[in-house]
Ligand binder design. Structure first.
Ligand SMILES: C[S@@+](CC[C@H](N)C(=O)[O-])C[C@H]1O[C@@H](n2cnc3c(N)ncnc32)[C@H](O)[C@@H]1O
Length: 243
């Protein structure tokens, strides 16, 4: 019990005090009826624009390989990716069975030609073989993961050598220039709502996000902003073969 507590503390370390408690209290998945509410919110322009921005960013790195979206939620990012890069082999995964159902409905309604695989699973224990994906992405899900370092290690395991992870999430310390630009684009009201949301969700700071990457097998990561989302980029460096 003591060992479990200290290992949890290690992973929660980058969060300031009260956010650690939020993290302990918050449910990891978004089950029914939360999935209906989130699905509705995610159809608004600010969300849809960010799926588009993330998809454009992702396809700069990978346009025809095997790609996994962790915590895919309603599946909109997969649809944007499919439209931009039809050659991508797409898999979406979510810990919530209700969200997987919602994503299946949204994707079926969009009548896309290529198949998109949707599965239930956790970032903690990815149900995929070692070295099997070219790229792993995730939007607005990292702050839900109970054990983000284990999640990063799992991503490292399933990525091919040279593969890349890009993990997009809201952070607690958005730089003012990013905030001002987004305010011009989306209006202050939407950003105010985002800020209020940031107070009740256990988002990480930029520094904490980098610390999590540093604790993982990736050993390091870099950050950049894509719209208001902070993107953590981590690469699985080619393993040197000494034989
Ligand atoms: C805020 S939603 C984001 C959904 C979508 N990616 C988006 O950008 O709209 C977070 C999603 O992450 C999922 N999730 C939370 N913890 C997870 C975990 N450990 N593994 C996989 N999915 C998880 C939740 O069920 C939920 O659907």
């Amino acid at each position: 019990m003591v060992a479990l507590k200290s290992s949890l503390n290690k992973y929660l370390l980058p969060l300031p005090g009260w956010r650690r408690w939020l993290k302990r209290l918050q449910a990891e998945s978004i089950p029914w009826p939360g999935c209906f509410l989130y699905n509705a919110v995610s159809t608004t322009s600010i969300f849809q624009k960010h799926y588009e921005l993330a998809a454009e960013d992702i396809t700069k790195y990978c346009s025809n390989g095997k790609l996994l979206d962790i915590g895919t939620g309603p599946g909109w990012l997969l649809l944007k990716l499919q439209k931009l890069a039809p050659a991508l082999n797409l898999t979406g995964m979510d810990i919530s069975a209700d969200m997987v159902k919602k994503a299946r409905e949204n994707i079926a309604r969009a009548k896309v030609s290529a198949s998109i695989l949707l599965e239930q699973g956790s970032a903690d224990l990815l149900p995929y073989a070692d070295n099997s994906f070219d790229m792993v992405v995730s939007t607005q899900s990292l702050h839900h993961w109970k054990n983000p370092v284990r999640g990063f290690n799992e991503i490292f395991r399933i990525l091919k050598d040279g593969g890349r992870a890009r993990i997009y999430d809201i952070v607690t310390d958005v730089p003012s220039a990013v905030f001002q630009n987004s305010a011009r684009e989306y209006g202050w009201l939407k950003l105010l709502m985002l800020w209020i949301h940031a107070c009740e969700e256990p988002f990480y700071s930029r520094q904490a996000t980098l610390e999590l990457a540093g604790l993982s097998l990736f050993q390091k990561g870099t950050l950049e902003f894509i719209g208001v989302l902070c993107c953590l980029d981590m690469e699985k460096k080619l393993q040197k073969n000494f034989h």
